[in-house]
Every structure is written in structure tokens, then in C-alpha cells.
Design a protein around this ligand. Structure first.
Ligand SMILES: C[S@@+](CC[C@H](N)C(=O)[O-])C[C@H]1O[C@@H](n2cnc3c(N)ncnc32)[C@H](O)[C@@H]1O
Length: 229
């Protein structure tokens, strides 16, 4: 099995364009293709999940480059607000058993991208499935606790933070590793950390030096979160 370090090719202009119908990313020795469907932004931001966000490749690149493969290979992972699915698909291609979740109206796009890339799973033990999960709704039908919870760019609507926190509490156990990424857009992103701490999670912001040098400008952040023992 290849021990190649995973690199997300985001420096290419083509990778950064949310208006393209498809985008390609290199993750180690896998090339994945993701469909996008850029829509007019509506007041409720209900279609933000149909394009790939910067925080998705910031998080995916970080996880694949810095964690031992043992951190996710064969482990159960749930991707919250998966959208087009880059992080979940990236981990599944490297051996994780990933459940990609989002709101019901986003799931056809998530499923299409899973289907588009599922042929790449053959050499690894990874799996991908897609399920609806509205933050704050019941987690009873999920196989909790997950080994890992990931959430890229989910911190842009503080009015949904309480519900997101409930989901994280419901899906995690004492040993669950949680990673979330966000980009500072002045939408109260930083307010989620004290909410996590208040209910007993330890939150560590990944130092800039550990991030890829393209993302050390201060706008991009990754949180590593775990229940305090
Ligand atoms: C900015 S997008 C990020 C998508 C993807 N993770 C990425 O980084 O490319 C935020 C995602 O969270 C989902 N989302 C927003 N509010 C949600 C809620 N209350 N319950 C479940 N998903 C939600 C959106 O549908 C969207 O897919």
C-alpha cells in the first residue's frame, strides 16, 4: 500500500473555482472528481452545500498529511454538513468507513459525488454511505459513537450552533476525535469554541505552522476537539 503523503492540489486556479460544474482534486495517488452546482445565494444560504469550500480542502489536506493512517483506516467517520463531500470521500479513499450527512435537499449532490468516486475505493477497505442528518435531530439511527467526526465550514450561522453542538454530543464518545475547519468571514465562527468548552470538550486550535503554507494567512482555522477525560 502506498505510503505517499496526500496532497490536495488547490493551488491550480481550476481547483478554486466554485462556478465550475466539476472540479478535480489530487489526494495522494487518487484523483477525485466532484460535481458542483453554483446557485444564486439566497438569504437562508440553503444551497451553500452544492460547491466545494476552501475549508474542505484545508481540512482534508491537513488530516491526510499529518495524521497516521491508523487514525482513520478502518475507523468510523461521520461528515457533518458534507455538501459535495470532499473530506468524507478523501478519508474513505484512504480506508475510513465514512457516513456523509447533510440536509435532505443537498443529498442528491452528495450521493452523485460518492457514486462518481466509489470506483476508486477498490484497493482500500474504505466505505462511503450518505444519510440525512439535520443538526440537532435524533442520532438514534446512527452507529454511535463514531471514531471520528468531521465538519468543514459548518460554522457560518451561529443560530444553528446549539443544534450542531447537540449533534456532536450525540454522535461522540470519550475517544472520538473531532476535527472542524472554518474560514473567518465575520459570521461569528469563533463563538462555537466556548460553547464546546462549556459542555466539557477540550478544543485545540491547530497552530498555523502545522497548516499548509498556502493557508497560514490567518483566515483559515482547524479545531481539534475531544471530550475532556
Ligand atoms: C459551507 S457548506 C460546507 C460544505 C462542505 N463541508 C465543504 O466544506 O465543502 C455547509 C454545509 O452545512 C450544511 N448545513 C447547514 N446547516 C445545516 C443543518 N442545520 N443541518 C445539517 N446540515 C447543515 C449545508 O447544507 C452545507 O452542505
Amino acid at each position: 500500500m502506498s505510503d505517499q503523503r496526500a496532497i490536495v492540489v488547490y493551488s491550480q486556479v481550476i481547483s478554486a473555482d466554485q462556478s465550475l460544474p466539476t472540479r478535480q482534486f489530487q489526494l495522494g495517488d487518487h484523483f477525485i472528481t466532484l460535481n458542483q452546482d453554483k446557485k444564486e445565494e439566497d438569504a437562508q444560504l440553503s444551497n451553500v452545500g452544492t460547491v466545494v469550500w476552501e475549508g474542505a480542502y484545508v481540512l482534508c489536506e491537513f488530516l491526510l498529511r499529518t495524521l497516521d493512517k491508523g487514525a482513520w483506516a478502518g475507523k468510523t467517520v461521520i461528515d457533518l454538513g458534507a455538501g459535495t463531500g470532499l473530506v468524507g470521500i478523501g478519508l474513505a479513499l484512504h480506508g475510513a468507513k465514512v457516513t456523509l450527512t447533510d440536509m435532505q435537499h443537498i443529498l442528491p449532490m452528495t450521493q452523485a459525488n460518492v457514486d462518481l468516486n466509489s470506483k476508486l475505493l477498490s484497493e482500500e477497505a474504505g466505505t462511503m454511505s450518505v444519510q440525512e442528518h439535520l443538526w440537532g435531530s435524533s442520532t438514534d439511527h446512527f452507529r454511535v459513537p463514531y471514531d471520528m467526526i468531521i465538519g468543514a465550514e459548518c460554522l457560518y450561522q451561529p443560530e444553528h450552533f446549539e443544534a450542531l453542538l447537540e449533534s456532536i454530543q450525540g454522535l461522540s464518545g470519550p475517544n472520538t476525535r473531532i476535527y472542524m475547519s472554518y474560514t473567518d468571514r465575520g459570521r461569528g465562527e469563533h463563538l462555537f469554541t466556548p460553547m464546546l468548552e462549556r459542555v466539557g470538550f477540550l478544543v485545540i486550535k491547530i497552530p498555523m505552522a502545522a497548516m499548509h503554507d498556502e493557508y497560514r494567512g490567518g483566515r483559515h482555522h482547524i479545531l481539534r476537539i475531544q471530550r475532556k477525560s
